[in-house]
Design a protein around this ligand. Structure first.
Ligand code: GLU
Length: 280
C-alpha cells in the first residue's frame, strides 16, 4: 500500500510538472515565460499597447478619457476573434520610444502602434503580417517653399520627428544636410512645427494626414519616399499567440470588418488612397 501511495505521489508530481511546463513558453533567451495566449484566455483580456498621440490610429479623447482610432477598433475586433464574444481589449498608452521596452517587460501583450516591421526590430520581437501599409512623408505649413523631401536637403534646414520612430533615421538618407530635431511624441512634434522650430515634420503619411485633418493650414506634400508596413509585435517565444493574431487578422479581413474600419477612419481623409488600403 505504502509503495502504491508513493508511486501515486510520483505520478502526481509528474503531472504537475507537465502542466506547469505547458503553461510556459521558452523565450529566445532560454528563460521560461508565461504563455500569453493561455493567460489571456484565462483572464478573457488582451492588453494592447497603443498610441494615444496619433489621430486616426490612436488618440486620447480628453472628454471621454478613451483612446480612439483605427488601431483601437481593429484591436477590439481581433480580441473578439481570439477570445470570443466575452473577450475584453485593455489599452495601455505607448509612444514610439516606450513600446518595445513595455512589451519586453511584460506590461503589454502586444503592440499595435503604427509600428513598421523592420529587420532590426524583428531581432527583438516577433511581428504579425502587415495590417496597414503606410509610407514616410513630410508635413509643411501651406505655402511653404518645401514641396518634397529633397527640398529639405540644405544646411540650416530642421526636420522634426519623434524619438524611437524609424522616420528620424530614414530622413537622414533623403535629406542628409538637414538637422533632425527629435521630440518625445507626435503632439509635441506638431507643436514644434507650429511654433516654427523646423521647416517640416516627418513620419508616416497616415499619421501626418491625421494632423492635417485637425489643422487644415498644414499639408502632406511630395508623396511617400519609403514603405512602412505596420505589424503587430509580440514577445519572442509566443508562437501560439502570434498564430492566433494572424488568424484573427485574416478573419477580420474576410468578414469585411477591416474594410469597414478603413472607411470609418480614412473615408473622409483628403489624399488618402482608400481603394489601395482595402483588403479582400
Ligand atoms: N512607422 C514608423 C515607426 O515604426 C513611424 C511611426 C511611429 O513613430 O510609430 O517608427
Amino acid at each position: 500500500m505504502k509503495k502504491f501511495l508513493s508511486k501515486l505521489g510520483i505520478l502526481f508530481a509528474l503531472i504537475l510538472m507537465v502542466v506547469g511546463l505547458s503553461a510556459c513558453a521558452k523565450s529566445s533567451s532560454g528563460s521560461s515565460k508565461p504563455d500569453v495566449l493561455a493567460e489571456d484566455k484565462k483572464s478573457e483580456t488582451i492588453t494592447w499597447g497603443v498610441k494615444a498621440d496619433t489621430k486616426l490610429f490612436g488618440l486620447m479623447d480628453v472628454k471621454t478619457n478613451r483612446i480612439q482610432g483605427f488601431e483601437i477598433d481593429l484591436a477590439k475586433a481581433m480580441t473578439k476573434q481570439i477570445l470570443g464574444p466575452k473577450g475584453k481589449a485593455r489599452f495601455i498608452q505607448v509612444t514610439s520610444q516606450t513600446r518595445m521596452p513595455l512589451l519586453r517587460n511584460g506590461n503589454i501583450d502586444a503592440i499595435m502602434a503604427t509600428m513598421t516591421i523592420t529587420p532590426q526590430r524583428a531581432e527583438q520581437v516577433d511581428f504579425s503580417r502587415s495590417y496597414f501599409d503606410a509610407g514616410q512623408a513630410i508635413l509643411v505649413k501651406n505655402g511653404s517653399k518645401i514641396k518634397n523631401v529633397h527640398d529639405l536637403n540644405y544646411s540650416g534646414a530642421v526636420v522634426l520627428g519623434v524619438v524611437g520612430s524609424n522616420s528620424v533615421q530614414n530622413i537622414k538618407k533623403f535629406a542628409p544636410k538637414a538637422k533632425v530635431l527629435q521630440l518625445t511624441d507626435y503632439s509635441q512634434a506638431f507643436t514644434a512645427l507650429r511654433s516654427g522650430q523646423g521647416q517640416a515634420l516627418t513620419t508616416d503619411n497616415g499619421i501626418l494626414y491625421g494632423m492635417s485633418v485637425e489643422n487644415p493650414n498644414y499639408s502632406v506634400v511630395g508623396g511617400t519616399f519609403t514603405k512602412e508596413p505596420y505589424g503587430i509585435a509580440v514577445d519572442k517565444g509566443q508562437k501560439p499567440f502570434l498564430n492566433a493574431i494572424n488568424s484573427a487578422l485574416t478573419e477580420v479581413e474576410k468578414s469585411g470588418q477591416y474594410n469597414k474600419l478603413i472607411y470609418k477612419w480614412f473615408g473622409n481623409v483628403k489624399g488618402f488612397n482608400l481603394k489601395g488600403a482595402y483588403r479582400q
